[in-house]
Write a protein that binds this ligand. Structure first.
Ligand code: GDP
Length: 336
């Protein structure tokens, strides 16, 4: 009976995988729901599916996009996405956001955001899940990216609102990282954390249109100057990272930005950085999962009881914190 169950499950996984590879959007949406599920049986099915889809027919270009609310991310994704689908490219849009950091609802939950793109048969937009923990969101997004890649999307856009750690998560999931900024006075340059600037491959100063255009061009010049001061990374060809003006609304500068993204991707592929970065990212996520698993193990018995027991003894002064921790770790090592 058990063997029959297992055989049925393997068949179900194979059918799912075939549907996803064939570009079946409903199968893709269902698979993303599956990887979001916390149920143990769903988790097992999700892992089997991801293992089956491990080697996509070809790699997508994964583009991370970060920017504060109001900077024009959804407008940019809509016009940029439509420009790409207009060239016959298939585009998926995913979001990374701890929902606790948002005032209401999920980032892409509002269907009126990117309305035209969401109706485009070449596009697939997935709202962010209602999960609060960054670690959980990161895993789910990473797996959703893998599913979209297996489904043959040419470009996977991964969007995040700039809330602290989420940029790092997106950068670790992306081949290229874009930072979208609004025109500003020179003093606001300080507002962008150095760490985030260092992650960016392209800084796009949006709203370079109408009355805002002169300020946008000044902002581009300010950031171009700031980028020149950063240490050159091995994965950058001459001239990168760079700052460019764009107008998502007036649809200006988007072709230039896309040309630069493609040029950068080509250079990195030709120079071995593309594959090396992907390998480093895979190692990073493996280590993150192990760390997560170890932390989760501390929440279950008997580890939780051991922890509480040692904690009580430390509190009573029967044993020092360091000695108790060392003993606890030794016990964990023996169990592992
Ligand atoms: P998000 O919160 O980052 O997703 O920003 P939205 O895309 O919702 O845009 C916020 C506001 O900025 C909206 O009123 C947009 O119409 C406006 N906006 C977005 N892109 C541009 C642009 O290129 N130029 C101008 N002038 N306004 C824009």
């Amino acid at each position: 009976m058990q063997t029959e169950d297992r055989a049925a499950q393997i068949r179900a996984t194979q059918i799912r995988a075939t549907q996803i590879r064939a570009g079946d959007r409903r199968a893709l949406a269902r698979a993303i729901t599956l990887v979001e599920s916390a149920r143990a049986d769903h988790r097992a099915e999700a892992l089997a599916l991801l293992a089956n889809l491990r080697t996509p027919a070809r790699e997508a270009l994964r583009i991370g996009l970060s920017g504060t609310p109001g900077v024009g991310k959804s407008t940019f994704i809509e016009t940029f996405g439509l420009m790409l689908t207009g060239q016959g490219l298939r585009v998926a849009v995913l979001a990374v956001d701890p929902s606790s950091a948002r005032s209401g609802g999920s980032i892409l939950g509002d269907k009126t955001r990117m309305e035209r793109l969401s109706r485009d048969p070449l596009a697939f937009i997935r709202p962010s899940p209602s999960q609060t923990q960054l670690g959980g969101v990161a895993r789910r997004t990473r797996e959703a990216v893998a599913l979209c890649e297996a489904a043959g999307f040419d470009v996977v856009l991964i969007e995040t609102v700039g809330v602290g750690q989420s940029e790092t998560v997106v950068a670790e999931l992306s081949d290229l990282f874009l930072l979208l900024l609004a025109p500003a006075g020179g003093d606001e340059l300080q507002g962008v954390k150095r760490g985030i600037m260092e992650m960016a491959d392209l800084i796009l100063v949006n709203k370079a249109d109408g009355d805002l255009k002169p300020a946008a061009l000044r902002t581009v010049a300010d950031y171009a100057g700031a980028l020149r001061l950063l240490r050159r990374r091995p994965q950058d060809p001459p001239g990168f990272p760079k700052a460019l003006p764009v107008s998502a609304l007036a649809q200006e500068g988007l072709e230039k930005a896309w040309d630069d993204m493609q040029a950068l991707a080509r250079w990195r592929k030709a120079n071995g950085h593309w594959a090396r970065t992907r390998a480093t990212q895979a190692r990073h996520w493996f280590e993150e999962e192990v760390r997560r698993g170890l932390l989760a193990a501390l929440q279950t018995e008997p580890q939780r009881g051991l922890m509480a027991g040692y904690g009580d003894r430390v509190a009573k002064g029967e044993i020092t914190a360091d000695a108790a921790a060392a003993e606890m770790l030794r016990l964990l090592g023996r169990k592992a």
